[in-house]
Design a protein around this ligand. Structure first.
Ligand SMILES: Cc1cc2nc3c(=O)[nH]c(=O)nc-3n(C[C@H](O)[C@H](O)[C@H](O)COP(=O)(O)OP(=O)(O)OC[C@H]3O[C@@H](n4cnc5c(N)ncnc54)[C@H](O)[C@@H]3O)c2cc1C
Length: 338
């Protein structure tokens, strides 16, 4: 049996490892990923400025360790197409095209940063923090400013979980941070109003200028600065857009699988093709939900490995879980909505 997994985040790696421990030795497991650096902790990205050694300490497992445990890893390559009739994926590496046969294909491509349509003409002007590659670019930009004896000023657009975490981490390093949020309170989807108010105080006390009810209209390049235009215009060294996530459904769409916000799966994490499964940020369950947090994703991965190796037949049900914003000095009084 040839098991092929696309994606080396928590979904892909947890599934591959669990499947390896349960499956027959002659099952081949191949994990295909465009990452180079190994399996890393995505949640730790938002502590990427206060931790000096983050580029090394964020790596949870080098790919070599997965290979030693019987998982073949093709890294630094991009899957460009799925041929469902012949059960083949097309892989585009640095200098070569390759095809790989599968009996079971597991889609674990995760999500990219969601860019609201009005910001799309300005992608050259802003950064996102969605991957280790993004973090490295941001850290390099920041280091260059510091080397010129400039403490960088930042605009963060988006006062959701990631925007608040990144703003907090940059402020703790001493950078000047302004946080623009479209709504009248921070993290309004996850937090009770009194916790949003507490979060606002914590961020303000760390020196962040928080601007609520902001309709950001455009970004403008001014020499080595970037301006954010709302009712007024303010200039910054760096700009980060943190407006949510978008499941990577493009491959599935091209292959004719059913998609909605994510790749549609049934209660057994099976897509509209019986040989293809999906889990993690990219999967949309029959209740219309995406479980885009580490704990339920690990749970999906273990469940799927057990299901595919015949250890269980019941449907996947989401575990009870909660989350927490990694904002320095903030603890919500009430549980979060997830
Ligand atoms: C800054 C930040 C902070 C977060 N904090 C928390 C937190 O505190 N707690 C929590 O529970 N969750 C947190 N999350 C969410 C959590 O990290 C995600 O839900 C989780 O990482 C998703 O895992 P995944 O494996 O589904 O996808 P991903 O981690 O996105 O992995 C998908 C992988 O697939 C690869 N890939 C995609 N397409 C292709 C292709 N065509 N070919 C080859 N490779 C491909 C990608 O390069 C990537 O490596 C945070 C997310 C971010 C961005």
């Amino acid at each position: 049996m040839q098991i092929v997994i696309i994606g080396s985040g928590v979904a892909g790696v947890s599934f591959a490892e669990k499947y390896r421990t349960l499956s027959a030795d002659d099952d081949d497991i191949t994990l295909v990923t465009r990452e180079h650096d190994g399996y890393y902790s995505r949640p730790l990205l938002s502590r990427g400025f206060t931790k000096d050694d983050i580029e090394q300490s964020i790596i949870l497992k080098p790919f070599e360790q997965l290979r030693e445990n019987g998982i073949d890893v093709l890294c630094g390559v991009f899957v460009t197409a799925i041929n469902r009739v012949e059960k083949i994926i097309a892989i585009n590496g640095s200098c070569q095209e390759k095809e790989l046969h599968y009996d079971i294909l597991v889609l674990a491509q995760g999500s990219s940063a969601f860019i609201p349509p009005p910001f799309r003409p300005y992608t050259e002007l802003f950064y996102c923090l969605n991957s280790l590659a993004d973090l490295k670019v941001l850290r390099k930009f920041r280091r260059e400013r510091l080397n010129q004896n400039q403490q960088p000023s930042w605009a963060i657009v988006g006062g959701g979980l990631i925007g608040c975490e990144v703003a907090s981490d940059l402020a703790v390093t001493g950078d000047n941070v302004t946080l623009f949020h479209a709504m009248d309170r921070l993290m309004e989807r996850q937090l009770a109003p009194e916790d949003s108010a507490l979060l606002l105080k914590v961020l303000q006390n760390s020196g962040i200028k928080v601007l609520l009810n902001q309709a950001v209209q455009e970004f403008i390049k001014e020499e080595d600065k970037v301006c954010v235009r709302t009712e007024v215009t303010a200039e910054f060294d760096g700009l980060i857009v943190a407006c949510g996530f978008k499941p990577r459904t493009e491959l599935a769409e091209l292959a004719g699988l059913e998609t909605g916000r994510g790749i549609k799966v049934n209660q057994h994490l099976q897509t509209s093709d019986e040989s293809i499964y999906a889990l993690g940020d990219v999967a949309e369950l029959p209740n219309g939900k995406l479980y885009a947090f580490v704990l339920p994703i690990r749970n999906q991965a273990v469940w799927l490995a057990e299901f595919l190796t015949g250890q269980r037949q019941d449907a996947w049900t989401h575990p009870v879980f909660t989350t927490k914003a990694k904002v320095h000095g903030f603890d919500a009084v009430h549980p979060y909505n997830v």
